[in-house]
Write a protein that binds this ligand. Sequence first.
Ligand code: IYR
Length: 227
Amino acid sequence: MSEYPFIPYRMQCLPEEEMIARGQEFLRETSRRRSVRQFSSRPVPRACIELAIRIAATAPSGANRQPWRFVAVRDSAIKRKIREAAEAEERLSYEGGRMPPEWLEALAPLGTDWHKPFLETAPWIVVVFEEAYQVSPAGKRLKSYYAKESVGIACGLFLVALHRMGLATLTHTPSPMGFLSQILGRPENERPFILFPVGYPAEDATVPDLTRKTLEDVAVWLPAEAR
Ligand code: IYR
């Protein structure tokens, strides 16, 4: 196993006010992000998707294995196939008794159902796959470590990158997702992780008026005085 050479790394040391100002601006921006379920069909340049993928791929990963693969789909026929297969699965989940009543109750306030027209309307669908293992050029199996954590972080960056570019998305997880491997022709070592429709919100798009937990709800400080 060859070792990496180590190179110096420095970060710009910002004045305190600048740190806070940047943080506040980013908070304002991420606070405006919402999951969107009604998309316009207005095209989105491939360059934006490319940038979001490159940004996502800067995520840290277990043993630097970078166990992700982003499949970007603009092809209408493939999008239709994905919609048909996703709706068939989701229909069984919502109406065929696959989702237990408690889960359906938890989802009721969001008003979701098995219909997924956004899978055809959104100009892009990006399906993120998690690599359970990789095969080295020499044919050796390289295991992924903390693949879920790594790919989850990459998906978070992807989402924020899109938002920063003025694009909307949704973390969609039709369940089970095996049909995505088949439709997209992915190899055995890749598992579907999250599907992101990407585009602009439809003119008449709405989102539930939900609230986010407060800092007090989500943070614990030790010692208590540190707050
Ligand atoms: N995958 C389904 C159900 C669903 C589940 C959760 I948890 C959500 O937060 C939203 C939806 C669907 O996409 O409708």
